[in-house]
Every structure is written in C-alpha cells, then in structure tokens.
Design a protein around this ligand. Structure first.
Ligand SMILES: Cc1cc2nc3c(=O)[nH]c(=O)nc-3n(C[C@H](O)[C@H](O)[C@H](O)COP(=O)(O)OP(=O)(O)OC[C@H]3O[C@@H](n4cnc5c(N)ncnc54)[C@H](O)[C@@H]3O)c2cc1C
Length: 331
C-alpha cells in the first residue's frame, strides 16, 4: 500500500516508521526545509512520562504512554531511561502530597535519597517523588533517528514541499500537520508553550526534574553537553510568535530556584510554539473519505504519537476498529 504522510513532526515521523515497518511504501512531505522551528515537536521537552502526566490527564494517557515508551525504546537508541523526579520547596510541600494523590507508580524519596540520585540537588530538597520507569528523549535527535529508520526501510522524505504541490491520488493521505490543520478540524485549539535552552557547566542532572510551585510549575530536562531545556508555559493562545518577558522571567526563576548556578547559565535559545489540542486534550484519528487526520497531541506528542501511529496502522492495514478512530463521511 502507498501512503503519503503530510508533516514531519513527531506524529508524521512515528506514523512513517510504523507504516514502513509493516511493509507500506511511505513518502513524507514536509513544508519546511528540514526538521526545525516550524514544528511544535522541535520545542518539546521530550519527556516520556505516562505516570506523571496522570496528574492532569485521562487514564488512557498512561496506558497509551506506556505502549509508546516501549515503542521508542525499541527503535531509538538515544532514549534515556533514568526515570523522572518531582520536587517542591518546603513551603509548597502540600503540592507534592496533592501530586502524589493524582499520580501513580512512584517512590517517595527523602533528602538523602534525592542527593544520591541527583548529587547536584543534595541538601536542597527534603522530599521528592521518583518515577523510576519514565524516560526522555532529545526531540531533535529522535526525529532524525526516525528519519534514518524510514529511509533504511525504503521510505522517502521530501522537505520544502507542501501537500498542495503533490498529486496524492494514487495513495492514502495521512495528514499530520498539527496546528496547520485547524481549518479542517474545527474544534482544534492552540495552547501556546514557551521554553528556553540553557547551558551550564556547573549543574549536572541525569533525568527530568519537575518543580511544583502553585504559581510557576516548571520542569528541566537535561540534554548532552550541559544543555537543559526549561519548560514550559501553558497558555490558551494561538500566537506562537514570541515568548513574553513574564514567561521568560518565570522560567528562569524556576530554574534558579531548582539550582542557583542556573543564574550563570548561557541562554542558548528561546522558543515558542502552539500545541494542537482538542477540547478533551486527547489526540484523535479522524478518518475522512479523502484523508486521515492524526492530531490533537496537546502536551503529549512524544508521549503518545507511537501508540496512535500503531492504531492508525491497525485501522488502515488490518481493518481494526478502535475507540480512538472517528469515521466521518466514509461509506
Ligand atoms: C514547549 C513545549 C514542550 C513540550 N514538551 C513535551 C514533552 O516533554 N513531551 C511530549 O510528549 N510532548 C511535549 N510537547 C508537545 C508536543 O511537542 C506536541 O504534542 C507535538 O509536537 C505535536 O506534534 P505534531 O507532529 O502533531 O505537530 P508538529 O510537530 O507541529 O508537526 C507538524 C508538521 O507539519 C508541517 N506542515 C504543516 N502544514 C504542512 C503542509 N501543508 N504541507 C507539509 N507540511 C506541513 C509543519 O511544518 C510541521 O513540521 C511540548 C510542546 C511544547 C510547545
């Protein structure tokens, strides 16, 4: 079967790998000249945190997230499985209790255990929750790994091409254009996310750390070479053009309150993008006569895209019906 995938964000690339692995002839069309800032995926933290995300998500997120975690681990060599850590300063310790009630699959750590796991945080926090089974990826490297895999499986990627430029009559079109598909998916909304990339020679972290704070919840994800992604705001806004001064101050404050040495870090990058989200914040596969849309990944594109790619492949290649696939205008 021939498949044309529009959009090379995480939704498109995971789909491309899944369909190619099952023997389909896959071509991807991406409007940008390469992987980069036109996609929401470029700015993601890359956290694969099914159990932390229980905090504000449906139960299905954990189930699909666990499946996706296994998918990533099998295919992408740079997945880091060191768990994730959730912390709060003493005055916000009730936040940690509330978080623990809304989540699952964690261990409670005391100050000594925190220092053993993350020496840089020794003596700074009294209690933490440790989600041992969680993982993270560097999204930019992960997209490139998926591209290598698609090409090795015989697929092709065309950058600098929009779907309008391509005749797709002889193949099934899978639209993974994220926020750009809003004119076709009318209840899709945008949730702005802002982030920073910092470099510090003084701080070392092995795993993502979430800092609970009722005013400024934030997280820091370590990447190689002393780079840290600090994220992310959640603003009901469809304007991705700028990060605001307030958001920048808040993200930097969160980083410095985790470790004061972040005050001396280099600011490598400032970014903002719009997360595509449906009203229930769950992704959907919408099968229409002329194309299939896979969209609405909200804050869970890396966490959930593989599970949805598998569901789409099951539906298309095996005719399997799943509760996550909506059929519209189909015979
Ligand atoms: C700051 C931030 C932090 C985040 N952190 C995490 C995290 O830690 N974990 C997690 O799981 N998720 C995270 N997310 C969410 C995640 O990034 C999104 O859910 C995900 O990137 C959405 O992927 P997508 O492929 O649907 O869309 P996109 O990544 O936006 O990809 C869509 C692609 O389609 C292309 N395109 C659009 N129109 C056309 C066209 N006509 N023709 C060809 N190409 C087209 C675009 O150029 C783009 O490359 C975060 C998001 C943000 C903003």
């Amino acid at each position: 079967m021939k498949i044309a995938i529009i959009g090379a964000g995480v939704a498109g690339m995971t789909c491309a790998v899944e369909f190619a692995e099952r023997g389909a002839a896959v071509e991807i069309f991406e409007q940008a000249q390469g992987f980069g800032p036109k996609s929401c995926s470029w700015y993601a933290g890359g956290m694969l945190s099914p159990w932390c995300e229980y905090e504000h998500s449906a139960e299905l997120i954990a189930e699909f997230g666990e499946q996706s975690l296994a998918w990533w681990t099998k295919r992408v060599p740079t997945v880091v499985r060191q768990g994730s850590l959730v912390l709060a300063h003493g005055r916000y310790s009730s936040e940690l209790v509330a978080f623990s009630r809304r989540t699952t699959r964690y261990e409670e750590l005391d100050a000594a255990a925190i220092g053993e796991l993350e020496p840089a945080l020794k003596g700074r926090f009294l209690r933490a929750l440790f989600f041992r089974d969680e993982a993270h990826v560097d999204p930019r490297k992960a997209l490139r790994s998926l591209a290598d895999r698609v090409i090795a499986l015989g697929g092709r990627i065309h950058f600098g091409v929009t779907c309008a430029d391509q005749s797709t009559n002889d193949r099934l079109v899978i639209d993974c254009t994220g926020w750009a598909a809003r004119h076709h998916l009318k209840d899709l909304r945008g949730v702005k996310g802002e982030m920073l990339l910092l470099r510090s020679k003084e701080v070392t972290l092995r795993r993502p750390v979430r800092l609970l704070d009722p005013r400024i919840p934030a997280y820091i994800v370590p990447r190689p070479d002393g780079v840290f992604m600090v994220g992310a705001t959640m603003i009901e806004s469809e304007d991705a053009s700028r990060i605001t001064a307030r958001s920048m101050v808040e993200l930097l404050s969160a980083a410095c309150s985790l470790h004061p040495a972040f005050a001396e870090a280099e600011v490598l990058e400032i970014g903002a993008q719009v997360r595509p989200a449906f009203p229930d914040n769950m992704p959907r596969i919408v099968w229409r006569r002329d194309r299939i849309h896979i969209n609405g990944f909200y804050r869970h594109g890396f966490l959930l895209a593989p599970a949805f790619a598998c569901m789409a492949a099951d539906a298309v290649l095996n005719g399997e019906r799943s509760s996550q696939v909506e059929y519209e205008d189909c015979a």
